[in-house]
Design a protein around this ligand. Structure first.
Ligand SMILES: [Zn+2]
Length: 379
């Protein structure tokens, strides 16, 4: 999930927003201002509904942010790095670097988010109750009651025991604690995520067909997303078990051929391409990596534009590069690999490019890892 624009840092963690969050923000704002509030509190001026809907939507997203920040803070306290927090279509994600070291750490990191949502929900619930007792029955009460309900719902949904939800992490922590087998725990949580995804799709389609409209489709969409994420987590867990303890330096292709970003695509095709054995070419400046060109990107340049296009212009740019060091654990690197560089990472030591890790390097390491596990379990 990439952030489209940044909102600054909270507790030292960069917070970003993906454009897709605007879709859900607009839907919530519209749903409250045009439907829920006018239906529950009729007879107010339109501007009052619009304002109440906006206020509720903004506070809802602040609550979502608090939920993710709590994951990030507890993760840091338990020795994990935090890449950043991104708000997007399905809420928020705190991207953690590496994995929890113990089931206890996993439990704390995953558990704090729903706990924060629960506290926020309870807080607004108490305010709504006080307002009700004091005889305030207007839109203000409506906003407070909605915020209470939505945050409680958020807490409840997130503790469903299925990856990638927080509850899936809690389930993983429990199975891990009980069996001592982290990989098995991850697979159990991922399978549960798959089941929940199927259930949500079924439920969503059923609701849609019985006239619930958009809400049903939304549920089905969340289910679809869960299945995709859960399948990926299972793959990563299996890969992780084969790669545990392996460092980047052991699997990288050392000293890859590099080029200058000023070279034109035509020059590259004429002089480098046929002698070149790899499918990605790092661009360097005085040994420092500044970009990465993949052959797919080169191929995308029409032949009449090749002599006027530089490699730099088609490269994955410096801020999209995934950089690593020879000492980093491969399992920590895997979740950071991004689409821009086609799943490749550049290995840097003392500021200089010393290697590249490609998907084929990783799959070779996985095969070796599986062999190693077989050998150790045979004895
Ligand atoms: Zn969470």
């Amino acid at each position: 999930m990439r952030a489209s624009f940044g909102l600054g840092r909270i507790a030292g963690v960069p917070v970003g927003v993906n454009w897709s969050v605007l879709v859900i923000f607009a839907l919530i704002w519209w749903g409250l201002s045009a439907n829920l509030f006018p239906a529950s509190y009729p007879g107010r001026p339109v501007v009052a509904y619009v304002f109440a809907g906006l206020a509720a939507a903004v506070v809802f997203f602040l609550g979502l942010l608090a939920h993710e920040v709590s994951h990030a803070v507890v993760a840091k306290r338990n020795g994990l790095g935090v890449q950043g927090i991104t708000l997007w279509l399905f809420g928020g994600v705190a991207e953690l670097r590496g994995e929890a070291r113990t089931p206890g750490a996993e439990l704390r990191i995953a558990g704090v988010g729903p706990l924060v949502s629960l506290i926020i929900g309870a807080f607004f619930g108490v305010i709504a109750m006080v307002l009700g007792v004091a005889g305030v029955h207007g839109l203000l009460l409506g906003v407070m009651a909605w915020l209470a309900g939505i945050n409680l719902l958020l807490a409840l949904f997130n503790v469903l025991p299925a990856a990638p939800l927080d509850g899936g992490r809690l389930l993983r922590a429990a199975v891990w604690k009980a069996t001592g087998d982290r990989t098995r725990a991850s697979v159990v949580a991922a399978r549960a995520g798959w089941v929940l995804g199927v259930v949500l799709i079924g439920l969503g389609l059923w609701r849609f067909l019985s006239g619930a409209g958009f809400g049903g489709l939304w549920l089905a969409l969340i289910g679809w997303f869960l299945i995709g994420a859960a399948s990926m987590e299972e793959r990563q867990a299996r890969m992780g078990s084969a790669l545990r303890g392996v460092r980047v330096g052991e699997v990288m292709t050392p000293q890859p051929q590099t080029a200058s970003g000023e070279l034109t695509v035509a020059d590259f095709v004429d002089n480098y391409l046929f002698a070149y054995r790899h499918t990605a070419l790092p661009l360097t400046e005085d040994g420092r990596p500044v970009g990465l060109v993949t052959l797919d990107r080169v191929r995308g340049v029409p032949s009449d534009q090749r002599s006027s296009t530089t490699l730099e212009a088609v490269a994955c740019r410096a801020d999209d590069l995934v950089l690593t060091s020879p000492d980093e654990q491969l399992t920590d690197l895997l979740p950071r690999l991004s689409e821009c560089a086609d799943g490749r990472a550049l290995v840097v030591a003392n500021g200089n490019l010393v290697g590249i890790v490609s998907p084929s390097d990783i799959s070779r390491a996985v095969q070796r890892g599986h062999l190693r596990t077989q050998v150790t379990t045979d004895h």
